[in-house]
Structures are given as C-alpha cells and as structure tokens.
Design a protein around this ligand. Structure first.
Ligand SMILES: C[S@@+](CC[C@H](N)C(=O)[O-])C[C@H]1O[C@@H](n2cnc3c(N)ncnc32)[C@H](O)[C@@H]1O
Length: 431
C-alpha cells in the first residue's frame, strides 16, 4: 500500500495518508473545543472532502461558536493552508487555538467590512462552509458575497437547511424567498444554456435579490458546476465555465436497427428548440404577489363593508327619525282636523245665533238688535214659536241637552244668548 508523508508543520502531520482517520472518528475522539454536527453529515463530508484532504486548502467557515469545528478541520486537513472562522459573536475573538493555521474574524459575515477582513489574508478559499445563523437572508447573502471568492474546483456548503422551513429562520415550506428556494433556483442556473430566452442567469434570482437588496455576480454564477442536495445540506461545486456546458453529442456504435438518426448527430451541438416563447415565469413569486393583491383587495373589501355598515346605521337612524316625524305629523294633522271641526261647529253656532237674533228682533239696526238682546222675557210667544218652527231654538230641548239648568230658574233662550253660547252648550241633543 502506498503511503505519503505529511509535512510536519501541524498536529496531524505525524500520520500517513493510509492511517488518516475519518472525520467521524476524529469527531468521536475529539476532546478539545466543542462542536456539534448531525450524524448524517459525516458520510457526506467524507465523500465531498476526500479529494481535498491532503491538499493545501484554504477553508472558510461562517459560524465559529465554541471553535470545535475549526479544530476538527485542522485535524482533518493536515496540509490546509488556513482555516478561517467568522463569527458575529465578539466572544469568539477571545478563542485561542494551538494550531496557528486557525484564525477567527469577528463580525457579521453579511457586511463588507467583515468580507474585507476575511479576504485580506488569502483572497479566495477552496472550501466555504456556512454554519452561521441559518436564517434565509443570511444564507443567501453569504452565498452572494463569498461564492465569487471560491476557487475554481472549490466547494461551497450550506449546513442546516432544515431551518429553511421554519419561520424563526425566515423560512417556510415552498416560500419564494427561503434559502432552499434560492438553492433550488440555482439548479436552473446550472441549465442556463437551455433557457432559449436570452436572459441572464441572475434574472431568475431577481425576486430574491430585490427582497434582500443584494446582487448576484453574473460571471460567478456561470461557474456553478453542480448542486447537490442532502437532508439539510446543499453543496455547490465551482468549476471553470467550459466544464459547465452540455458539450457536443457523442455517438458510439455502428448498428442502428431501430433509429439511424443518432448516427448523424455525432459531434454536433444541441440545436435550439424552435418556437419557444421568451418568457420567465417565477411561480412562487407570482403566488406571493397574488397573495399580496388578495390581501389588499380583502382590506378594501373590509373597508367597503365598514362603509356599508355605517351607511346602514345612518339609514336606520334616518328611518327612526322619519317615523318620529310621521307620528308628529299625524298628531298635528289630528289636532288640525279637531280645530277645523271646532271652527266648523263654532261657525255653525254663530250662524244659528245670528238667525235666532234675526227671528227675535226683526229687522232692527245692529245697535238696536244688541240692545234688545239684553232684557229678560221680551220675546213674544209668536217669535218663540217661529224659532222652534225654524228649528233654531227649542227651550225644552235646551233643558234636555243641559240638565244642570233644569232647576236653575233660568230662561233657556236668555241663558243661551247670554252665556250658554259662549260656554259651548248644546242647543238640542242632536247638536
Ligand atoms: C451553529 S453555530 C456554529 C457552530 C460551529 N460551526 C461548530 O460546528 O462548532 C452558529 C454560529 O454562527 C454565528 N453567527 C450568526 N450569525 C452570524 C453572522 N451574520 N455572521 C457570522 N456569524 C454568525 C453565531 O454567533 C454562532 O456562534
């Protein structure tokens, strides 16, 4: 078995390649600073990192916490040039490491200041691991900022993407702006040459870029070679652009009993599909936009419903007022009618009084008539009869209609003329 010596400049240097322990072994035996990883990650890391293991790799890890993973990377990569950790927590700045290849930059990885500090020593990295906040915005921003600084042939790993489904991490299932939505969209970027619509790679990330106020380096996107998803992990491999094209068609063999067409295609490039409309449809973002429109319409609807309720309340109030006014009007009408009736009665009585006076007094002057009304017992029997005949006044009927006068010793006609008329007394029962 071939063994290769490792340079003796670091703790792992005493081992030979065939003796190298797996990451899981190193992790299990680790006694230093604390690190925690999910069990399924070890196999993934072993497969993905194997080809880098003994190279002079430059490693960047966003998210240091206790610094355990930095120590493990140092052990796992005996020839690593540098292992740079970045953490927003100032306490990480106090951490010291026995391995001088490890350094820590304190700062928010999503800022230009921190980016400058991170890049100042090495310019670019071969392995970048994002084990930071796991919030969708941070994960996406970190990729936009650091993927351009990944070396050709390098790999970018985003850990703990299960957070992409949790609201506390700006996640949601099938949400258009989550870290998972972003990495899934990068799969389309890998197939950019087949879009047939002339859009830039970054166009398909426009909604996400706008959302997080970032931009994606079009050139860097053309270096995305492959995207690999595992439970909670996404690995993006960067390669030179010529490695990221479909290439020419290769045809092998000579016997084509079923279809001979492929024989003619050897060495040709894929032809563009004809009749493909130039159209970018971003369904999740559309759904979000439609949901927003729906929300606005619902708010408008609620506003209109409030206005309608207010108008109905006003209508009810007006109806109640109208009813009050109608009752008042009915009462006034009744009162008016009663007044008219009493006026009519009064007019009729006045007319009767006048006629009585004419019968009793004959054709006297007005002054004479008035004077003549006053004395008692001056009416002749003949005139009294005339009054009865004309049904203007009947003494008996007067007493019947006004029984309180029966024994009062008054002359009925004189009583009527002097006070009964003004008192409104009836002249007969049918009056
Ligand atoms: C899961 S821990 C890292 C664990 C570490 N990689 C390990 O395996 O031992 C996440 C760390 O990311 C840090 N962090 C959160 N947001 C950050 C940001 N915007 N920039 C840099 N570090 C951040 C937190 O302070 C925390 O220490």
């Amino acid at each position: 078995m071939k063994t290769t010596e490792i340079p003796a400049s670091h703790p792992g240097a005493t081992e030979t390649f065939d003796e190298q322990k797996s990451l899981e072994q190193l992790f299990s035996e680790h006694k230093g600073r604390v690190s925690d990883k999910w069990a399924s990650y070890f196999e993934f890391y072993e497969e993905s990192l194997a080809r880098f293991r003994n190279r002079h790799v430059r490693i960047l890890e966003i998210g240091v916490q206790n610094g355990g993973s930095l120590e493990l990377w140092a052990q796992y990569f005996p020839n690593a040039k540098c292992i740079v950790g970045c953490d927003v927590d100032p306490k990480c700045g106090q951490l010291t490491f026995a391995d001088d290849r490890i350094s820590v930059v304190v700062g928010d990885a999503a800022t230009s200041d921190t980016e400058t500090k991170i890049l100042s020593g090495y310019g670019e990295f071969d392995i970048i691991i994002d084990d930071g906040s796991h919030k969708s915005s941070d994960v996406i921003r970190a990729f936009a900022r650091y993927f351009p600084h990944l070396s050709e042939g390098g790999i970018y790993i985003a850990e703990d993407l299960h957070c992409s489904y949790w609201r506390g991490y700006e996640g949601e299932l099938a949400g258009p702006y989550t870290s998972m939505a972003f990495f899934k969209r990068l799969c389309d970027v890998v197939n950019h040459e087949h879009w047939e619509i002339g859009d830039k790679r970054s166009d398909i990330l426009r909604g996400i870029a706008d959302r997080y106020a970032i931009s994606f380096d079009e050139d860097a996107l053309s270096y995305i070679h492959s995207i690999k998803f595992l439970n909670s992990i996404c690995l993006i491999e960067k390669k030179a652009q010529e490695n990221n094209v479909l290439g020419v068609r290769r045809v092998a063999g000579r016997i084509a009993d079923v279809d001979r067409d492929p024989l003619a295609l050897d060495g040709t490039v894929r032809e563009g599909a004809s009749g493909v409309e130039s159209k970018v449809c971003l369904p999740e973002e559309n759904a979000e936009r439609l949901a927003q429109i729906l929300e606005e319409k619902e708010a408008l609807l609620a506003e209109l419903a409030n206005e309608r309720d207010a108008l109905l309340a006003e209508k009810q109030l007006q109806a109640e007022r109208l009813e009050e006014r109608s009752s008042e009007l009915a009462a006034l009408t009744k009162m008016l009618w009663e007044k008219e009736l009493s006026i009519t009665k009064m007019v009729r009585k006045n007319a009767r009084l006048l006629k009585i006076a004419l019968v009793l007094l004959g054709p006297l002057s007005a002054r004479g008539r008035l004077r003549a009304l006053l004395p008692v017992g001056i009416y002749s029997t003949r005139r009294m009869r005339k009054l009865r005949r004309k049904k203007l006044f009947d003494s008996r009927a007067y007493f019947v209609a006004n029984p309180d006068l029966t024994n009062a010793g008054v002359d009925p006609l004189q009583h009527y003329l002097q006070s009964g008329f003004e008192e409104g007394r009836k002249v007969g029962l049918d009056d």
